[in-house]
Design a protein around this ligand. Structure first.
Ligand SMILES: [Zn+2]
Length: 128
């Protein structure tokens, strides 16, 4: 993997004049690798959850709800993480909601929803 990265970033690495420049560049590359690896795993978990996860409506307990993928952006430690979050729609309550995120590991509320924060300012808790 390191050899591949060195080949891919050959020119920038050669242009880094000082050790500080080199470390700053390699930290940026490492952050991007970490972001992509995290996004890859999160995306896979969400895709599996879309197939397997069931949720009851928190208001009426309805079980036969449609599950639709909701394109989601999270602000991760190393940049934005894009994935398709399972979202349910209860026809009885005419309400959409997100399950607790235990399958994707996103239930800890430590990550902000980049897009939904920008749109509604309510931290992604607003059903629509
Ligand atoms: Zn309901």
């Amino acid at each position: 993997m390191v050899e591949d990265l060195a080949r891919e970033h050959q020119r920038e690495l050669a242009e880094a004049g000082t050790l500080v420049d080199l470390e700053e560049l390699t930290c940026e590359i490492g952050d991007e690798v970490a972001r992509q690896l995290c996004q890859h795993e999160l995306f896979g978990r969400a895709e599996r959850a879309l197939k397997e996860e069931f949720a009851d409506c928190p208001d009426c307990g309805e079980r036969s709800m449609a599950c639709v993928p909701e394109p989601t952006l999270l602000e991760g430690l190393r940049g934005e993480l894009a994935y398709n979050q399972p979202r349910y729609y209860c026809p009885r309550c005419r309400r959409a909601f997100f399950p607790d995120g235990r399958f994707t590991g996103t239930s800890d509320q430590e990550h902000r929803y980049a897009e939904r924060d920008a749109e509604d300012g309510l931290g992604g808790k607003q059903p629509w």
